[in-house]
Design a binder for this molecule. Sequence first.
Ligand code: NAD
Ligand code: TYD
Length: 351
Amino acid sequence: MSSQKTILLTGCAGFIGSNFVPYFLEKYPEYHLINLDLLTYAGNLKNLMEVEESSHYTFIQGNICDRELIEKLFDKYAIQGVIHFAAESHVDNSIKNPGVFIETNVNGTFVLIDVAYKKWMEKPFLYKKGYEKCRFHHISTDEVYGTLGEEGLFTESTPYAPNSPYSASKAGSDMIIRSYFHTYGMNTIITNCSNNYGPKQHDEKLIPTIIRNALEGKAIPIYGDGKNIRDWLYVLDHCTGIDMAYHRGRVGEVYNIGGRNERNNNYIAKKVCEILDILVPKNVSYTKQINYVEDRAGHDRRYAIDASKIEDELGWSAAENFETGIVKTIEWYLGKYNCHITKKYESEINL
Ligand code: NAD
Ligand code: TYD
């Protein structure tokens, strides 16, 4: 095997992966990163323009369900680690069209880990010579734990209770990874993260929808009463958590990642509008565009993560809170939508 370590990343033309690749490439110049992405509607190579010239980065368009392709990639590049981001990721789409979620998230994850097992290991609990350090890191979500009432936090031992086809498919994929650790002794890690936000997120998600509709003068759709709570984490904080878990997490363990930033959707919509009122003011506040619409079917009420395990064991902590991360995020989207910032946002302005 070559001395340069080659890691297979999946789904990195999407939101989190495309934030992860530049971060990881810069931090670990000794790695060669292969990004396998099907380029579904959610993948966009423009997200990766900053790394496309790097000799340590290779893009391959393909499907994680395609066993023949995955086997060829393992052989050609002597893959020594996998960080698996690829998924169908939007709950609303999973309500309309659940089949592709099962196909990609469950079957795709199975194909990837099963090929990794056969390429890396002789038999259960015995790695092939030279492959002893190969690790499979599965990126998952806090949504597998279901929904919380007003109190309590998800820990790594919270029973799984997924409520949407999306979270059910992610729960299924987590269980497959778990079984490869227990049955075959594979070196696996699962991280379950809360809602991410930041640059490069697809337009369909809540925060890009608020920003885009606000700027286009359209209604900002808030489902139900807007009191659903998510634990919002700036995407680069997720990336540092993945990095730490991949390199230092204990074999077979699960780590929850979350920023202790619970906010409800009403707060998010109002905050984004108020920041836009400062950066790109118009004669009426953007908050006037907030519009309550029919609730999402089966809409989970509250997600919140107890991140003590990754904080205590690996020394991870979130660098941003929602109020700092959201300003960076909005500024990035204003650039994307070619919007001129009229006035700089001053953090001391008390909104
Ligand atoms: P995303 O939808 O923005 O990107 C998904 C990427 O996967 C896209 O580039 C898409 O082209 C690719 N893809 C989809 N199907 C594929 C297939 N069959 N083969 C190869 N590539 C395929 O998703 P994201 O928000 O970046 O999420 C990445 C991972 O993180 C997912 O596993 C998701 O479940 C998990 N996660 C996301 C969040 C969040 O808030 N976004 C939070 C926790 C966990
Ligand atoms: P979303 O970004 O789809 O993430 P998830 O469903 O995975 O948590 O939605 C975040 C929250 O925002 C969720 O409570 C649903 C709500 N939401 C709206 O109120 N309006 C919207 O247009 C969207 C996309 C989401």
